[in-house]
Design a protein around this ligand. Structure first.
Ligand code: NAP
Length: 286
């Protein structure tokens, strides 16, 4: 039985982070200023606290300063918008990450829109989304951007390929479909109302699973030789794809963990350094 080649997201993320650290160091030498990522956390949801801590630790290792704003769970949308506006106006801050999801009383869209697009290194504003959808310059959503980097690293050209994206969330499914469309794939979105999901998946040259349902995509539905990107991350380190059966049919496949997961922070920090380089007028490459 054939075995797919594994797409090593952990290794690629390390290389991106090494390059990001080199660029951050070069920027500091040239301008005396280190890139700075502001992380904003509302409340104390344990998972969000952990995610923000991880992002700050990684920032430090890459030579990116982080400024952390821990805001009370009861903060109003107007107060949060004011905090984000202050960060947007602060020239010492190059990137802003507003950890989400937030409490239901917060108008999440209003909060995101208070982030200046030039500092939207997490790609959450409408401006960033529109730019990404139209192929214009701007910051991409980090996990979708990471998925595209993985495809590029393994020489997968989406042009002309049939791509099936399972999931349509604002941070993952929808934007990755737009990025694939921008690279000339023929894109089909599937979601909870899709009927006969397996028959759609069977036509895919590239499958992106972005659902959050363990092993929803079965190996028997993978077209032989297809590229399988599993963005799902479920309890017990299980993806949205049934890896053991899919690996015998796919040409390339991301493992869980170690595939898509590590790419998100790598793209976030890379975009933070890019933002700082632009703000300080330093070209990305010498
Ligand atoms: P989400 O907001 O819950 O969206 C899930 C999507 O899956 C929705 O569009 C939903 O359809 C669709 N869906 C649900 N059940 C389905 C079914 N039976 N068949 C087909 N589609 C179905 O989740 P998310 O934030 O996009 O995250 C998805 C997964 O990716 C999660 O496991 C999450 O942990 C993981 N993730 C990983 C990273 C990373 O690796 N760095 C980053 C983000 C997310 P409707 O729109 O119709 O409801």
């Amino acid at each position: 039985m054939s075995q797919a080649q594994l797409m090593d997201g952990a290794g690629l993320a390390r290389r991106i982070l090494d390059d990001t650290a080199r660029r951050a160091a070069r920027l500091k030498v040239r301008t005396g200023v280190a890139p700075c990522l502001a992380t904003v956390l509302v409340g104390e949801d344990p998972a969000s606290v952990t995610y923000v801590r991880m992002k700050r630790n990684r920032s430090g290792k890459a030579g990116i300063e982080s400024r952390h704003l821990a805001l009370p769970a009861g903060i109003t949308t107007a107060e949060l918008v004011a905090e984000l506006t202050t960060l947007s106006d602060d020239p010492a801050v190059h990137g802003i990450l507003l950890q989400h999801p937030m409490a239901p009383h917060i108008d999440e869209r209003a909060a995101f829109e208070a982030i200046a697009p030039a500092k939207d290194v997490d790609g959450v504003t409408l401006s960033s989304y529109a730019a990404m959808s139209f192929g214009l310059p701007g910051f991409v959503s980090c996990t979708p951007g990471g998925i595209m980097r993985l495809l590029d690293a393994y020489d997968v050209d989406p042009a002309g390929k049939r791509a099936v994206v399972v999931g349509r969330s604002a941070i993952l499914g929808r934007p990755v479909g737009m990025l694939l469309l921008g690279r000339d794939a023929t894109v089909t979105y599937c979601h909870s109302r899709t009927t006969a999901l397996p028959s759609v998946v069977r036509e895919a040259d590239i499958v992106v699973a972005a659902v959050g349902r363990p092993r929803l995509i079965r190996g028997e539905d993978i077209k032989p030789g297809a590229v399988v990107i599993d963005a799902g991350y479920n309890a017990g380190n299980v993806g949205d794809v049934d890896f053991d059966t899919a690996v015998t049919r796919a040409g390339l496949i991301t493992p869980v963990p170690g595939g898509v997961g590590p790419m998100t922070i790598a793209v976030l920090l890379e975009q933070t350094v890019t933002s700082a380089e632009r703000a300080l007028g330093v070209r990305a490459r010498p």
